[in-house]
Design a protein around this ligand. Structure first.
Ligand code: TXA
Ligand code: MG
Length: 334
């Protein structure tokens, strides 16, 4: 099968939506990362996603909807707290875990009695979802274990020959996946840090939110898998006063042992690393988040064998950056 990247003109959006309606699988843009979508009510199409991605079948998919009506098509109960969060953060980078409707196929939710639902804000995505006219379930459109794709080219590199169409919406604005909040139980629980900060959610909820990401039990099934890994080894520094000196020290030791490291750093820290190889990640942490996955892929393409990533403060988007770096480094903190 040839894979083609289609630009986002209307006829291409319609063509992709028709392919979904016919039981096919299409990669599409969102403001977080690209998704690999199928009609959530077509079990054969859903199973094709797992096959194409090489995804374990016990890892559930997020359902993408165009409107609140779509949320009600897949969720049995939408509690008042969910309503409030929907009015504040949808469309946007928030996935809510809700009690699922019985007729939503079990393969979407990996047999769980809950479903993750998200309403993306990316305009191309919204047009696509409207044209599909069915809820579209989708994981990130990378091969399992690879960094998530933040542009059409990343999807092409991972999935060429496995899907017919990649709908091109340009570079993802946020660049890290959605925040996952479980509101199916008595109190809200954060399952994955992402594009919407914990602080913003707590403000909207008017209460503290329990963060369960650090738990040893994989509540969000995806948390137990190897993730976001380029070929290069990723080492990640904690964020503290002596961070750049420590990174320099590790860099120099690696070079002496014949390695080819590259540093990921904020623009304002770049000078501290002198002539050492580095990718400047941008002027703020939103920019760092936006270019993180692309930089991990670029390190492989540029022939580096080790990525030394600067740590960031843990508030705002920082929590999501830290979470992805911890995972892609397999917890190798320097
Ligand atoms: O930004 C995003 O969320 C992107 C775009 C494409 O929407 N999607 C994404 O999907 O990151 P994926 O499959 O790479 O990650 C989804 C995560 C997995 O860790 C999965 O275990 C979790 O969501 N998840 C899905 N349904 C769930 C549920 N009912 N309960 C708990 N976790 C769930
Ligand atoms: Mg993923």
């Amino acid at each position: 099968m040839r894979t083609v990247i289609l630009d986002s003109k209307e006829e291409n959006i319609v063509r992709c939506a028709e392919h979904i309606a016919n039981g096919g699988v299409v990669a599409f843009p969102t403001e977080t990362v690209y998704g690999l979508g199928a009609d959530a009510f077509n079990p054969d199409a859903v199973r094709e996603i797992f096959r194409v991605k090489g995804r374990p079948s016990d890892n559930p998919l997020i359902v993408h909807v165009h409107s609140v009506r779509g949320v009600r098509e897949v969720a049995e109960i939408v509690p008042p707290l969910a309503e409030k969060l929907m009015s504040e953060f949808m469309p946007g980078a928030l996935t809510l875990v809700l009690k699922k409707k019985k007729d939503l196929p079990d393969c979407v939710t990996a047999g769980l009695n809950t479903v993750g639902v998200r309403m993306p804000s990316n305009p191309v995505c919204r047009e696509f979802l409207r044209a599909c006219n069915v809820p579209v379930c989708a994981p990130s459109a990378n091969t399992s274990t690879k960094p998530s794709p933040t542009c059409a080219r990343h999807v092409y590199d991972d999935l060429y020959g496995k899907i017919p169409f990649i709908l091109d919406g340009g570079e993802c604005e946020i660049g890290l996946e959605s925040t996952i909040l479980d509101v199916s139980g008595a109190s809200p629980r954060l399952l994955r840090a992402g594009g919407i900060s914990l602080q913003a959610l707590e403000k909207a909820c008017g209460r503290n939110i329990e963060v369960v990401g650090g738990s040893t039990v994989a509540l969000c099934p995806g948390m137990k898998y190897k993730h976001y890994s380029p070929k290069a080894e990723v080492l990640f520094s904690a964020y503290y006063g002596g961070m750049s000196e420590r990174i320099d020290e590790v860099y120099d030791t690696l070079v002496l042992s014949g390695k080819r490291p590259v540093i990921l750093c904020a623009d304002f820290n770049a000078k501290k690393y002198g002539e050492r190889k580095k990718y400047e990640m941008g002027a703020d942490y939103e920019a760092y988040a936006r270019s993180l996955f692309a930089s991990l892929r670029r390190a492989d393409a540029d022939g580096y064998d080790t990525v030394l990533a600067e740590g960031v403060p843990s508030d705002g988007i920082g929590a999501a950056i830290i979470n992805r770096l911890v995972k892609s480094s397999g917890g190798k903190i320097i």
